[in-house]
Each structure stands twice: as C-alpha cells, then as structure tokens.
Write a protein that binds this ligand. Structure first.
Ligand code: ATP
Length: 562
C-alpha cells in the first residue's frame, strides 16, 4: 500500500490533520478530524468495553488460571515529581541523539549504523538509518561520495560488517546518513524525553513537574486506594487510558511516533507464584484482541523479547507488532508491549528507587550511601486474608501476628500470605492501534456504478465496531416523498447509531463516498419503499443488497454491527 495515498485520504476526508497546520504544523503533534475522532474513540471504547466493562469476574476466561476482577482509573497527567524519580523515568528515561550540522537532521545515536570503507588513502564510516538494505545503501552512498561508478564497486575495500554508530570512536570520520561530507555529526547528547512544566507562580526549581510519559505510574501509586475502596482481591487488573507525552527526538511516520499520544494500559496484580501464567494469558489475550478487530493477516505478529532485550527484573516481555507500510520491507513497529514486571514498580514506590540491575532488586544508593530517591514509605503489600483464614487451623495459630512471630528469623516471614504483588503490564498505544487499523483497512478494488460499469474504488474495510459511521441513509432521488421517508429513518436510527444522511449527487457517488470512509452499510429509500415499506441495505465489502422492511432496519443494524 502506498502510504502517501492513505495520508492524503486522511486529510481529505477528515481523519487526521497536522496540528496547528495554518502556522505550518508542529512536528510530532497531530489532530483528529471529525471522522478520525470517531475512529479513535471506537478503538478506545472497544478496548475499555472488552477489557473492563464486559469482563465477567465470575468465570475464568479461556486460558486464564482463574477468575479475576477488572476496574478502571483516571489519574492526572501531572503527578508528584517524586513519582518519576522513584519509577526510574527521571534518571533513565532518556535517549542519546546526534545532530547533523550539514542537514540539520537529528538521529537517535543507537539507530544509526554503517560500515567502514577504504578507497586509496581515504577511510570513512558510511552511515545509514536503514536496517534492511543497509549494505546496499552504504555501497551506493560510498560510490557517490567517492565519485565512483557502479562498475567500480569492487575497488571499495569494506572493513567489517554493518555495525552501530556507538562503536565508532572518531565521529569526524563518519559520513552522516543524509550528508555529503564526513564529520558533520555532533557528539551524542543525552535527551530526557519527559516534558517539564512549572506548577504554581514562583517558577523555581522546586516547582518543576513533568507531564506523564506513561499512564502506568498513576495506577501503581493508587494501588492501595483501589484495594481499600473497591473490595477487589488478587488477582485483579486496573485499566487506564489517557494522554501521555514524550519529547521524542525524531517524531515521524505519521502518528506512529508522536510527542503527545494516548495510551491504553492495564496493570494486572497477581500473586508472585502465578505471575508467569498470567503473563502468558495476557500476552495471548491481547494479541487476540487485535486479530478479532481485523488485524488478522501476516502483517501482525507477536514477538517475544530475547533474554538480552529484557529489563533485569522482567522474566518475560512480548511485543505485538504491525508491519506498517511506511517501514522498510520486513520491518515491524510496536503496537503494544506486554511485560512481566515482577514487584519492581510497587516496591519502588514503597521503598524508593530500585537499582534495576541488581538481583534480588535493591535500593539504589547515592555517593553517601543514602537512597538515591526515597519512596513513599507506604505499605503497598497485599494481605491474602482468605488464604490465611483457610490455613490458620492447619498452621495452629490464632492470628497473623502469631504466625509471623512463629517464623521470625526466616528471610520472608510473611509468605505466602502477605507480599508485594507481581505485575503483568499490557501497555498499548491508542494512536498506533488507530493507525494500524487505518492501514489494514485501506483497499483499492472495483465496484460497479449505477450503470453496472466497473469503476475503481477506494474502500476502508474497518471492522464494523471501529467504523466511524455505522450506516448512511439515502433517498434514491429527491422526489416522490423519498427524502421525507429517508429523513424519518435517519432520525430513528440516529438515536442509537452514528448514522449519516446524504441526498447529494448520483447514488453511485454517494456509495463511493461512504466506502472511502469505511461506512459498513448504506440504506436506500427508493420507489418501492413507498409501495411496500421496504428499503435496500448494501454491504460495503460484499456489495450485496438486501431488501427489508423499513421497521426492521434498527434491529438488523444492531445484529450486523454486533
Ligand atoms: P518505542 O520503542 O516505539 O519508542 P516504547 O517501547 O518506548 O516504544 P512503551 O514505553 O512500551 O513504548 O509504551 C507503550 C505503548 O505506547 C507503545 O507500544 C506504543 O503503542 C505507545 N507509544 C509509545 N511511544 C509512543 C509515541 N511516541 N507515539 C505514539 N505512541 C507511542
């Protein structure tokens, strides 16, 4: 699929606009137009409905170790700055970047790669951003830089395979990915991805706060509130969706890498000994969610991280990835990460920032041996009262206190009744999911016009749950009471569905306009309607038309939209 076509369709039909476009746009920020907002709302609502609202907490779903509860939260974007210090974002949430002085382009240091080449007395590192085709690209650029022709390629002496830029000590020998002369890259600079802001009037360093770079931390810091207020018991999940902000160095690929975006995250709290099973469950369940909403082809994949990609505290992480058309052939972009996070997060907010490279996890200390960042000091452990009540007779104790006293001297005297829960985190991006559904939906095919002649058409084949408009209602022609009847039908349906009325232009053109924005059904009032109260309903994908009673339209739409 040609990405340019989708980008122009998105603008033309009101799915996506560049933010502040009349001022030339603002890099990394995007606005959703009238149809885009409906599409993205439907993505988010499908997620909330499927994960939270319709979750049956009395039955273990297929693949789950047992039944569980799901609740929601909506936390603030700006939180206490200590949250980000203990979570690790303040210290760790940075990338290194290099700037090209010649082209003014900025690259992520670890994403630039290249090869050393020698020709006569010259030795240069030819850099590229490509992962696939890096060899070919560096060869072409080397020939160009050295003023050679393709047939002279064998005069180039390549020194070693494609390696990443951080392996190069002397940046003055690097020909940057888009530059004409070597030595234009700056030294790598640290770049914190969190947006800073000032809270209050004074504006001093103490008033500094951050826009959240993820929604997850709001869930961790509310763990105890949720536990104490909603009678949830382990295992349970807390879901939150909302805006997150990252000052990305290289925003690009449409909305894929934006600076303001929305996340849909679940923190699933469970007993440590069951956490592997829960990880497996969420990994599979979240993958299925995308396939059920239409990303069913080979462009979607579930990729388990290799051990060297894992955070130290994680025993498993998988990414759900989609082969976005703007990526080179064979490359995939992350839609969602599902991570087994152990007790890292709750302990960090309880004890203070942990050192992620210790095992078992230990507090990170500063030069004077004090905690680098202090935690809340609040008890974020979970007491499994049911399990203790069940076992206490067998254990021969009357109270939990007595039980702990009995086991004093053991490293974890409270186990297995009181512990810091482990966490499985499915963390998705609403904008990336919306973009993937758009890319997958884009199709070009042929459909007959009103004269039966095949015409090419652009059609967005959204899953009906995601389609921004569910049904369009047309009068075949603007006479013989057809508009009045169609308007009445429109009004009746509009109470329940997002329906669109259109009486402008030839009927074939109206169908095509709806196909182009992915409306799954079109209902037409025609001459026969006035005689027998029937209308036609046309299916966007099969193009089949059925006649049915006008009074049955709402029920039929309900059935088809599922
Ligand atoms: P990437 O490696 O692509 O930067 P990430 O691993 O940093 O992503 P996470 O921190 O795991 O991403 O965030 C969870 C989800 O949030 C991602 O899977 C993605 O869908 C979404 N997301 C993260 N960063 C962005 C962004 N800059 N623009 C749009 N969505 C994003």
């Amino acid at each position: 699929m040609d990405m340019d076509k989708l980008v122009s369709l998105c603008k033309r039909r009101g799915f996506l606009f560049q933010s502040s476009e009349i001022y030339g746009g603002f890099n990394g920020f995007w606005d959703y137009g009238p149809l885009g907002v409906e599409l993205k709302r439907n993505v988010k609502e499908a997620w909330w409905r499927d994960m939270v609202l319709t979750h049956d907490e009395l039955t273990a779903p297929a693949g789950a170790p047992e039944e569980f509860q799901m609740v929601g939260l909506d936390c603030t974007i700006i939180m206490h700055p200590q949250v980000w210090k203990c979570s690790g974002h303040y210290d760790l949430f940075h990338d290194y970047m290099v700037d090209c002085r010649e082209t003014r382009r900025r690259y992520r240091y670890d994403q630039v790669r290249g090869r050393w080449v020698a020709f006569r007395e010259k030795r240069v590192f030819i850099a590229t951003e490509l992962e696939e085709g890096a060899e070919q690209d560096t060869q072409q650029r080397a020939l160009k830089f050295l003023n050679l022709r393709a047939k002279d390629a064998d005069q180039l002496k390549w020194d070693g395979p494609v390696v990443s830029l951080p392996t190069v000590n002397d940046l003055s020998l690097v020909l940057a990915p888009d530059a004409k002369t070597p030595g234009t890259l700056t030294e790598p600079r640290e770049f914190n991805l969190m947006f800073k802001t000032i809270v209050g009037a004074l504006g001093s360093k103490d008033d500094e706060a951050f826009l959240r770079p993820e929604t997850a931390q709001g869930i961790f810091v509310n763990f105890k509130n949720v536990l104490d207020s909603s009678r949830v018991k382990l295992p349970f999940g807390v879901a939150q969706m909302g805006k997150s902000f990252r000052n990305e160095i290289t925003p690009r690929n449409f909305t894929f890498r934006s600076r303001e975006f929305e996340q849909m995250e679940i923190e699933f709290f469970c007993p440590p000994d069951a956490s592997r099973q829960w990880y497996q469950y969420w990994r599979d369940r979240r993958f299925r969610w995308y396939t059920e909403l239409g990303l069913a082809g080979e462009r979607l994949r579930l990729r388990d991280h290799s051990p060297d990609e894992l955070s130290h505290y994680s025993t498993g992480t998988a990414d759900i990835e989609y082969a976005f058309p703007f990526l080179p052939e064979g490359e995939f972009g992350e839609l969602e990460g599902i991570a087994h996070r152990g007790d890292f997060d709750l302990r960090s907010h309880m004890e203070g920032k942990l050192n992620p490279s210790t095992r078992p996890l230990q507090l990170e200390l500063d030069e004077s041996g004090k905690p680098r960042w202090r935690g809340s000091g609040k008890d974020l452990t979970y007491f499994d009262a049911d399990a203790f009540e069940r076992d206490k007779e067998r254990l021969g104790v009357k109270s939990f206190k007595e039980y702990v006293t009995q086991r004093q001297g053991e490293s974890n005297p409270n186990l297995p009744y009181q512990y810091v829960p482990h966490v499985v985190e499915p963390s998705a991006g609403a904008d990336r999911a919306t973009l993937a559904f758009l890319c997958e939906a884009y199709n070009e095919d042929e459909a007959p016009d009103e004269n039966g002649k095949l015409q090419s058409r652009v059609v967005l084949k959204f899953h009906p749950r995601l389609a921004p408009v569910k049904c369009a209602v047309f009068p075949l022609v603007n006479r013989d009471k057809m508009p009045e009847t169609a308007k009445d039908l429109y009004r009746a349906l509009k109470k329940r569905f997002n329906v669109f009325y259109d009486d402008k232009g030839a009927i074939g053109r109206r169908y095509r306009r709806q196909d182009e924005v992915g409306t799954p059904y079109c209902i037409t009032v025609d001459g026969q309607t006035l005689q027998d109260q029937t209308v036609t309903i046309r299916d966007r994908d099969s193009l089949e038309q059925h006649r049915m009673k006008i009074d049955d339209c709402a029920a039929e739409l309900e059935r088809r939209l599922g």
